[in-house]
Design a protein around this ligand. Structure first.
Ligand code: AMP
Length: 538
């Protein structure tokens, strides 16, 4: 097993195998049967390109062999930053065939993030588009290489396309010779940003396959299902919950949308008669408020699956009015594993109020107080959980894991919840220090550490302020050094120089003389949030 991965204790592994959750197959083995079984069916649509399962099998074999020839090996870590294009999907399954481990980076990540992912994972390859908009990736990757000697391969999209098409020199036997341990990671997802430095989430072949196979029927996915995917495909929900993997397991079809522009999405839904759309509430809000919605036939849509953020009941109700045949299915999930879904046959008020319940009978949920004691039923506590597809530790950070996991292996999520009498759960807030901007999580500490480097800043606290579209936006609350001044545009420029993803830039600033403190003498971010919100509304 890859060093730095925390294994499931043997007694749990045994139980998960005995119950059939873990099948001890690599994702490559799992999908080899899938590609074979559904050979002639369309699996993937990207613009005018339509690929069958057979095509994907052939192209991923070919790419895997070419990557092997280039020097990639089992357990190598690879950082792709690709948009929603067929090449991403082909790369993902080709890496699985080699037993290499992709890191779920985004096309919006910049030097600061890519450099961290490469360093933390020890990645040997980066795969990226040459340019996107006015941003050139190549010089950035070169700089990452300068500081990371092990990063041998830099593969721009044009080369990736050649490697997919160019007939491989190596024989297919080479792939059959590769041995993959199904308890090893098949991907590193990225933690939702509770600390300054992102953590890598090892998802194993056994657990990631179970995750998607089990989520698919819960979301009504069948071989006739057509998923419209506009959210970044590497994220856990679009990739695996049930995501691309889950639709493929069922023999369904995935239509990639390279953009989140509502009208483009409507066009694709109408053209391909999409049955499912994957959204975060922020995207759904854009869709239902775009006047173009009335010009398209969206009646094929049966399920709109929403996760990553709390869904406001008004959004659900308006969606139901505009797309009456669609069920807005709430999903609470996380890169770390645990997945809740509202079920289609839950009573109406349960659908409206709750974020669902776990997908596996052996998912264990405990809501606990600050001392780790389980709260009485119906009261609010922190969600702690363990189960057959929830991690037992982040990659290579034992000290951090000691804080984030209980001694008996429950992952402490930092989310506050209450059990609803129906058995479903209701999100009540969170105690972790992040901003949930349209489903993308921003670590307050990460941005605070950067802002503290500014010569005019004495102290800083980044807090969420409510936003009608995105759910939350970040406000940087500052105490300036005596006699110093700082304007908001200057702060943004300063942060841009730190080369972080654009979605992490604060969207407002509040200068105060001192921070409000709680009864324990700690900075009260709650009070600061309220101040920032009042300020924003002026
Ligand atoms: P990520 O790993 O980026 O998917 O983020 C996981 C976190 O997103 C969870 O721990 C929650 O804080 C938040 N989250 C996910 N789904 C929901 C939901 N349905 N309602 C509220 N918060 C959610």
């Amino acid at each position: 097993m890859l060093e730095g991965v925390v294994p499931f204790p043997p007694e749990f592994a045994q139980r998960y195998r005995a119950k059939g959750y873990w099948r001890d197959k690599s994702l490559a083995q799992e999908f080899s049967s899938v590609f074979h079984q559904y050979q002639s069916r369309i699996a993937l649509v990207d613009g005018e390109r339509q690929l069958t399962y057979g095509d994907i099998d052939r192209l991923t074999d070919n790419l895997a062999l070419n990557l092997l020839e280039l020097g990639l090996k089992p357990l190598d870590r690879v950082v792709p930053t690709l948009p929603n294009i067929a090449e991403f999907v082909i790369l993902y399954f080709a890496l699985q065939k080699i037993g290499a481990i992709p890191i779920a980076a985004l096309v919006s990540h910049r030097f600061a993030e890519i450099n961290q992912f490469v360093r933390l994972s020890g990645a040997t390859a980066c795969i990226y588009p040459e340019r996107l908009g006015d941003f050139e990736f190549e010089p950035m990757i070169r700089r990452v290489q300068q500081g990371n000697a092990q990063l041998k391969h830099s593969i721009p999209l044009s080369l990736l396309k050649q490697l997919i098409e160019k007939k491989a020199n190596l024989s297919k036997e080479k792939l059959r010779d590769i041995r993959i341990d199904p308890t090893d990671p098949c991907i590193f997802q990225l933690s939702g940003g509770t600390t300054g430095i992102p953590k890598l989430i090892p998802r194993t072949h056994n657990d990631y396959s179970y995750n998607s196979r089990t989520a698919a029927p819960v979301c009504g996915v069948t071989r006739d299902s057509v998923l419209l995917l506009a959210l970044p495909a590497a994220h856990n929900l679009p990739l695996a919950c049930p995501g691309i993997q889950g639709y493929f397991f069922q023999g369904g079809k995935v239509v990639l949308s390279p953009t989140t522009r509502p009208e483009e999405i409507f066009k694709l839904v109408e053209r391909h008669k999409a049955t499912h759309i994957k959204v975060v509430p922020a995207l759904l809000i854009r869709l239902i408020n775009d006047p173009a919605i009335a010009s398209y036939d969206l009646s094929s849509v049966k399920i709109i699956q929403s996760g990553g953020q709390r869904m406001q009941p008004e959004v659900r109700l308006k969606t139901q009015r505009l797309i009456p045949g669609a069920f807005v299915q709430e999903n609470f999930g996380m890169g770390e594993g645990m997945l809740f879904f509202v079920r289609p046959d839950d009573p109406a008020e349960v659908k409206l109020e709750t974020c669902g319940r776990p997908i596996c009978p052996d998912d264990e949920v405990r809501l606990v107080d600050n001392d780790g004691r389980e709260v009485p039923d119906g009261e609010v506590g922190e969600l702690t959980c363990r189960g057959p597809y929830t991690l037992r530790g982040y990659f290579g950070v034992p000290e951090y894991n000691a804080k984030q996991f209980t001694p008996d292996g429950f992952y402490c999520t930092g989310d506050l919840m209450r059990r609803h009498p129906s058995g479903n759960y209701v999100v009540e807030g969170r105690k972790k220090d992040l901003i949930n901007r349209g489903g993308e999580k921003i670590s307050a500490e990460e941005i605070e550490n950067l802002i503290l480097m500014h010569p005019a800043v004495q102290n800083v606290a980044c807090v969420p302020v409510h936003d009608a579209n995105l759910g939350e936006k970040m406000c940087a609350c500052l105490i300036l050094k005596p006699g110093k001044g700082l304007q908001f545009p200057e702060l943004v420029e300063f942060l841009k120089e730190k080369e972080i993803a654009k979605f992490k830039l604060p969207e407002s600033m509040l200068v105060v003389d001192e921070f409000p403190v709680s009864t324990f003498g700690k900075v009260s971010k709650k009070a600061l949030s309220e101040m920032a919100e009042k300020n924003a509304n002026h």
